[in-house]
Write a protein that binds this ligand. Structure first.
Ligand SMILES: Cc1cc2nc3c(=O)[nH]c(=O)nc-3n(C[C@H](O)[C@H](O)[C@H](O)COP(=O)(O)O)c2cc1C
Length: 371
């Protein structure tokens, strides 16, 4: 199936501007999402076998999830489960809606199996987004798998007011998702990555935990797991400081990693200009760095901190490498663009085989065995 996508569908999609195709695909998926029959048809075509995993208090039907940035408006919430994802991360969402950076802002680097994007958190804002999510719930079309929301900072909010900005989005959305990811690592909002500094991050996490406790009290339910998404470009020292802070502040896990501003390796003459476009690089060139970061986190925390591994996953081998390096869950964005939706089934089946080959029963048994 991936072969059909690569031979016949991808060339058509790749002949057009990447953001235009993304938007058109999302509109189609949104329509499919509204029809349970179409969703069932997708499930028949693409659904994956169950490969259950439990982590940070949630049960996942499989460890392979949709990475942030694909469904920024909550347009296709039920579809990700029908396509075989074990969870999805929606957004990034900021407190106030914003248009993002000027276009063009998304580029395919085909010879590297990569994307460069400088979207800049184009999104409808937390309030409009909450209405979109509530509509899926009202129509009884909320998926059965865990749903996460990725939160970013509004571009016009000063760094000093970032904690309040994140907390306001969290307050608006806390009842609507199963877990939250705090994105302090996008390279496309000026200075956002400075929020990975201890002082800023500590303040943000403190405000969020305050909101989380108040949600628990108000609703007599449990607090929502909060994870922090980090950059692959941090030094080991900076990363260790974040790990210490995360463990001290009761944060449930870490998402490693976001896109990189580095451009490793050579490209052909005709791709050189494209490859030097400003923005975050994702896909194959990110794979080994993101795995290195996962391994470092796993070792430093002795496997205590749940890790969602993301960056350059295109196959079961790639996913297995992330898991055995320390990730309990794995996410995909660029791999889906290059390989198509049957990639999910290939990965989940491949992981089942890997477990069997290694005499292991479940994904949790494989986490970190190569770290
Ligand atoms: C077009 C695009 C938009 C993205 N938007 C977000 C975002 O809003 N928030 C976020 O945390 N990560 C965002 N990401 C990063 C992805 O979630 C992921 O961390 C990164 O692409 C590496 O995974 P991949 O190699 O599988 O694509 C975006 C990536 C792309 C390509």
């Amino acid at each position: 199936m991936s072969w059909i996508y690569r031979q016949f569908i991808r060339p058509v999609l790749f002949s057009r501007d990447s953001e235009a195709i993304h938007n058109q695909t999302m509109r189609i998926l949104s329509r499919i999402g509204r029809s349970p029959d179409f969703c069932d048809a997708l499930r028949t075509l693409y659904g994956t076998p169950d490969l259950p995993v439990s982590t940070f208090g949630l049960n996942f039907p499989s460890p392979i999830g949709l990475a942030a940035g694909m469904d920024k408006q909550g347009e296709a919430v039920p579809v990700w489960e029908c396509l075989g994802f074990g969870f999805c991360e929606l957004g990034g969402i900021t407190r106030y809606g914003q248009p993002g950076n000027p276009t063009p802002r998304m580029f395919r680097i085909t010879e590297k199996q990569a994307l460069i994007n400088r979207m800049g958190f184009n999104n409808p804002g937390a309030e409009v987004f909450s209405t979109a999510l509530q509509a899926w719930k009202d129509r009884n079309q909320w998926p059965n798998h865990p749903v996460g929301i990725n939160l970013g900072k509004t571009k016009t909010t000063e760094l000093g007011n970032a904690a309040e900005d994140y907390a306001a989005s969290f307050h608006q959305l806390v009842g609507l998702a199963d877990f939250f990811v705090i994105n302090v690592s996008s390279p496309n909002t000026p200075n956002l990555r400075k929020l990975q500094d201890r002082k800023h991050l500590e303040e943000i996490l403190k405000e969020l935990q305050k909101e989380n406790r108040s949600f628990k009290k108000r609703t007599h339910s449990t607090e929502k797991p909060i994870l922090v998404k980090i950059s692959p470009d941090l030094s080991w020292n900076a990363l260790d400081e974040i790990l210490e802070l995360i463990e001290d502040s009761g944060i449930q896990g870490i998402v490693a990693t976001n896109t990189t501003v580095h451009r490793e390796g050579e490209v052909s003459e005709r791709t050189r200009d494209l490859y030097s476009q400003e923005g975050g690089l994702s896909g194959a060139p990110l794979a080994s760095r993101s795995t290195e970061v996962i391994r470092h986190i796993y070792r430093q925390t002795n496997g205590r901190l749940p890790i969602i591994g993301v960056g350059g996953v295109f196959s079961a081998d790639d996913a297995w490498e992330k898991i055995t390096s320390g990730a309990t869950l794995v996410q995909i964005y660029t791999g889906l663009v290059y390989e198509g939706p049957s990639l999910l089934r290939e990965i989940v089946r491949g992981l089942e085989n890997k477990l069997e080959e290694n005499g292991l029963e479940k994904i949790e048994d494989a986490v970190g065995i190569q770290a």
